[in-house]
Design a protein around this ligand. Structure first.
Ligand SMILES: [Zn+2]
Length: 51
């Protein structure tokens, strides 16, 4: 067993998309397609740091 405890989006199981019952896939709105859970690295949130 690995001690690898990564935060994975529970909605899409870390895939970044949801499988639709009608067929096809949809980008997961919860993780915005990243597959990660709510906690994002600080580096990813510096995009709009414009003063
Ligand atoms: Zn997701």
């Amino acid at each position: 067993m690995n001690g690898n405890k990564q935060s994975v989006c529970t909605d899409c199981q870390g895939q970044g998309y949801l499988e639709l019952l009608l067929g096809g896939t949809e980008r997961c709105p919860r993780c915005e397609g990243t597959g990660a859970s709510g906690e994002q690295p600080a580096a990813a949130r510096r995009t709009e740091a414009i003063h």
